[in-house]
Design a protein around this ligand. Sequence first.
Ligand SMILES: *Cc1c(COP(=O)(O)O)cnc(C)c1O
Length: 481
Amino acid sequence: MELIFEISKPGRSAVSITASDVPAVNIEDTIGNKYLRSDLDLPEVAEIDLIRHYTNLSRRNFGVDLGFYPLGSCTMKYNPKVNENVAAFPGFTGLHPYADAEFAQGNLQLMYEMQKYLCGIFGMAEFTLQPAAGAHGELTGVMMIKKYFEKKGQKRRVILIPDAAHGTNPASGALCGFDTVELRSNSEGGVDIEHLQSLMTEDVAALMLTNPNTLGLFERNIEKVAAIVHGKDGLLYGDGANANAFLGKTRPGDLGFDVIQLNLHKTFSTPHGGGGPGSGPVGVGKTLVDFLPVPRIVKTGDKYNWSEKFPDTIGRMRSFYGNFNVVVKAYTYIRSLGAEGLKHATEMAVLNANYIKEKLKPYFDLPYDRVCMHECVFSGNRQVVQSGVHTSDIAKRLIDFGYHPPTIYFPLIVHEAIMIEPTETESKETLDAFCEAMIAIAAEAKENPDGVKNAPLTTPVSRLDEVLAARKPDVCWKRTN
Ligand SMILES: *Cc1c(COP(=O)(O)O)cnc(C)c1O
C-alpha cells in the first residue's frame, strides 16, 4: 500500500477555500518572518483519495468489532455502543476540567455513584477512580500499603508475588522500593501454602495475589492464604484484572483482600488496546481508607464536592480526575446490565472458557486440568515435540483463519503457553468455528509443519522482526527523491 506522501500530487487539495475578502496582513509587521515555514512537506491529495487511503488503512487493522479476539489475561470485551452514546453526551464531554464543583454536580454524582457501585460489587469500603490503568492502580495500592506501615512505624521490606503473576506486579512493588520475592504455585496452579508459610514473616508488607490467577484458576485456599498473611499483620493485595470471572459470585472484600485494583477496560467493557485510555480504580478496606489519593469526592446533603482534607493521603495520582470518559462508559455498562446482568456476563464468560477447554483438550496439552474461570491455558508442548511447531507458529497460522491470536508464552510457568479468553459475548457458533480452526492447525502441525511455520500467508507482510519493531520503531517517513 502506498503512503499518503507517495500519492501526493502538487496542487491537489481536499478542501476548497473561497477567496479572502479581508485585507492581507504583512506577516513581517506582525509576528515576524521567522515563524514562516516554506519547507512544510505536507501531502497534497484530493478528498476522495484521502478518504480511501485512511479507510483502506483501517481495514488492515483487526479489532473486536471485526472478529473473534481471544487474547487471554487482557479480556478484549465487546464494547456496547450504548456506552459510547452516553459518553458522548455534551454534559460529559463539554465540561471544563477546571470547572468549579458547583457546575459539575452531575459529573461528580456519576463518579460518586460509580464508587458506590464498585464498593457494593467488590465488598470494599471505599474506591478511588484516579488511576489511569491497571498497573497504575497497582502502584497506587502499593503506595498506600507503604504509607500504612510507615504510619505504624514498621519497616517492612518485602512483597510476595506468585510466579504466575503479571509482570506489572513485581514492577509496582519495586517502584515503591520493596524487595519482591517469588512465591511458588502448587501442582494444581494455586498458591503453595507451605511455601507461603515459610516466606510470610514480619518483614513482609503484602502478598499481591491475582484471583482468579493468570492460569484462569480460582485460588481454592484463598481464606487460608488471607489468614496466613493477616496472621503476621501483613496486607493482602488483590490484582483484580480478572474480576470479570466473579461478578455477583464472590467479593474480594469478603475473601479477605485489603486492597484491590480493577481494570475497567477488561471487566467493564470499556475500549482497550492501542495504549488506552484505560482506567484502574482501586478499592480499599477500612484499614487503608485514610491513605486514598486526593482529591476525593465528598457528599454533603445533596451536594457533591472535592476534598483534599485527608492528612494521611498518598497525594494525587493523576492529573484532573482520572480518565473520566472511560468511567462514564463503565458506569453505563453497570447500569444497563444491573446486578443480574453482571452475574450473567460472568457465568457466560466462565462457561465459554470451559467449553473451549473441553473441545480442545484432545488436541493440545492442558497442564492444569480442572474447571477454569474466564480463560483456559494450554501448552503447545505436544506440537513442539511432534514436529517442531511452536506456539508462536500456531498463533501466526490463526491469523490466516481470520482470528486474532490468543495470548502466548504467558503465564511464564506454562511451557509454550497458549492462553485463550473467549469472553461472555461470543456465540456457540463463533466458539465452534474457532475450535475447528485450532483443531485444523493441530492436524497441519503434524502433516505439514512447514506450512504452519511459514504462516501467516494471507497478510500484507508475514513475519516481522518483532523485537526490532518494539525496541527501535521506525515510524518516520523521509522523502528520498
Ligand atoms: C492487564 C493486567 C494488568 C495490567 O493492567 P494494565 O491496565 O494493562 O496496566 C495487571 N495484572 C493482570 C493480571 C493483568 O491481566
